[in-house]
Design a protein around this ligand. Structure first.
Ligand code: ATP
Ligand code: MG
Length: 289
């Protein structure tokens, strides 16, 4: 699939600055891509139906990005191809007091989907190695000295390991985790911020804090490189997708979700012979009413 090019599975380091933010390099035709996306959304719905009925595996789809890269619109669009009954979306905001008084994966466990369901994480526990690292928030943590006594590098190296182990734990407990980074360019982010300021219907989406984060754009790219490289694995890959053109991002995401569902178990449970006999009896009873 086209998205393979943007996949990181632990076999190579991630260097975002060498990856495109738009579709130019892939030489695709917009009309065809939009058509393919539609067909992927239909495939997705059919696969999800069987995946839900099967109920042996859970899928966790993580969306990470800088501001205005299109996380919300991606959620909306992917959801459009799914039955809401089998999906739950969790937005991970700044942790509240109760969350901060627990380990960083505590709130994640509570958001895990039951098997047969899909969880979409709009931001995730990756914030705990991204925004926390960029802003040195670990310095404000009330934790035992032995856990924070070492260097900053050491602290986050440990967190990368904890995340790798957590994802391995999830995989071994019948979950699949797929992680997507929406790679928007600095120029496109500026354009989208200006749109949010100029269009009254979009004003609510803009906050002054977004500009403060923008000032650290390069620092975030470096941190994402490190985080993606340290946490990509065969069973929980990262995809760093071009995000300057929403129609292309949506297509790539639709491919990834179809592929992930294809890899999950999705067999309609077959009734055993005795249950089948009872089913036929019910059919007869209904037909002879
Ligand atoms: P939008 O793109 O629409 O602004 P958003 O995902 O940025 O959506 P906000 O409510 O604006 O949502 O911001 C949530 C904020 O919470 C982000 O700045 C994010 O970095 C922060 N956050 C999430 N998890 C953590 C965490 N574990 N520690 C500190 N900050 C966090
Ligand atoms: Mg925000």
């Amino acid at each position: 699939m086209k998205a393979d090019k943007y996949c990181f599975d632990g076999s190579r380091p991630c260097e975002l600055r060498r990856l495109p933010c738009d579709s130019r390099e892939d030489g695709v035709d917009k009309a065809k891509i939009v058509e393919k996306t539609e067909s992927n959304l239909q495939k997705m719905a059919a696969l999800q139906d069987a995946f839900y009925a099967d109920g042996r595996e859970g899928l966790i789809l993580i969306l990470q990005a800088l501001d205005a890269a299109g996380k919300d619109s991606t959620v909306k669009h992917v959801m459009g191809g799914l039955n809401p009954q089998g999906v739950q979306v969790t937005s991970f905001k700044q942790p509240n007091g109760e969350e901060l008084s627990h380990d960083f994966l505590w709130r994640v466990n509570r958001a895990l989907p039951p098997r047969g369901s899909i969880a979409i994480f709009n931001r995730s526990y990756y914030e705990d190695v991204l925004v926390v690292q960029v802003h040195d928030l670990q310095k404000t943590y009330r934790m035992a000295p032995r856990t924070v006594a070492g260097s900053k590098e050491e602290f986050f190296r440990k967190r990368y390991r904890q995340i790798r182990h957590y994802e391995e734990y999830l995989y071994e407990n019948s979950y699949r985790v797929v992680k997507i980074f929406l790679h928007v360019s600095k120029e496109e982010q500026k354009k989208r911020f200006l749109e949010r300021i100029n269009d009254p219907e979009k004003n609510w989406k803009f906050s002054e804090a977004d500009l403060k984060e923008r000032a650290r754009f390069e620092e975030y790219l470096d941190t994402y490189d490190e985080v993606i490289t340290a946490t990509a694995s065969k069973h929980s890959p990262w995809y760093a997708l071009p995000a300057d053109q929403k129609w292309y991002t949506r297509y790539l995401v639709s491919e990834i979700v179809v592929d992930a569902l294809e890899h999950c178990t999705h067999d309609y449970p077959a009734p055993d012979p005795a249950a089948l006999d009872r089913l036929l009896d019910c059919k007869k009873a209904l037909e002879s009413e």
